[in-house]
Design a protein around this ligand. Structure first.
Ligand SMILES: [Zn+2]
Ligand SMILES: [Zn+2]
Length: 225
């Protein structure tokens, strides 16, 4: 049988990976340089939400898990494990092709940055898309007001504009300035169903944004005596 030699190192070999021997193949196989040396995680100092790239998280752990899973999702990597110590993720990766396997490890720094997120800065400047005018008497007014606040807190997990930027006490009720139109609609629907309230919604054209008309809603919710 004719002997075969690796074109790269000249070693004699009977199996080739690509066009080279297993030593050359393993030497070239490396993902370390494709991985970042740090990941940046942002935490909002007002609402405490955690951000990595365009995603929102409610715990640092889930943000780190997500970011590491994302950066190690390279086709060469067959398995990966990591442990975190003092803001450094120690990642061990296994790569393989056919009967070959190679292990590499890398330390990735987890850099946290404190920010004010977009939703909190909007809230700070008094941004709103809808005004809920709740008209009721105490104790119902107080009960429903608390429910509105609670509901918005829950909705805020999925809708960053679900917040109250301002409230006004009126002699026959209370006004809520709400960042998200959708959240305001949902809240008014819930109050209507639960308390058999009368709901009247009006929209007002307030301007244009990127060629689209922008409307602000006023939702009047009245509860009879
Ligand atoms: Zn070789
Ligand atoms: Zn925030």
């Amino acid at each position: 049988m004719r002997k075969k030699f690796c074109p790269r190192c000249g070693r004699e070999a009977d199996k080739f990976y690509g066009r080279v021997c297993k030593y050359c193949f393993l030497e070239k196989l490396s993902v370390i340089n494709k991985l970042p040396s740090k990941i940046l995680i942002k935490t909002c100092k007002i609402c405490g939400k955690i951000y990595y790239e365009d995603k929102t998280f409610f715990s640092l752990e889930s943000a780190i898990d997500y970011s590491l899973t994302k950066i190690i999702s390279l086709p060469e990597i067959s398995s990966a494990t990591y442990k975190i110590k003092d803001n450094v993720a120690h990642v061990t990766l296994k790569m393989g092709l056919e009967d070959l396997e190679k292990e590499e490890s890398k330390s990735i720094s987890i850099v946290s940055k404190s920010i004010i997120c977009e939703s909190c800065s909007k809230k700070n400047i008094g941004y709103f898309q809808s005004v809920i005018q709740l008209r009721a008497k105490d104790p119902l007014l107080k009960i429903i007001s608390d429910e509105v606040e609670e509901e918005l807190k829950i909705m805020n997990r999925n809708d960053p504009l679900a917040f109250i930027s301002k409230t006004e006490e009126e002699k026959n009720g209370k006004n809520f300035y709400i960042g998200s139109k959708q959240a305001a609609v949902e809240i008014s629907r819930n109050i209507k169903l639960k308390y058999k309230a009368t709901v009247k919604r009006t929209s007002k054209l307030v301007g244009e944004l990127k060629g689209k008309r922008v409307y602000r809603d006023t939702i009047l919710i009245s509860l009879g005596d």
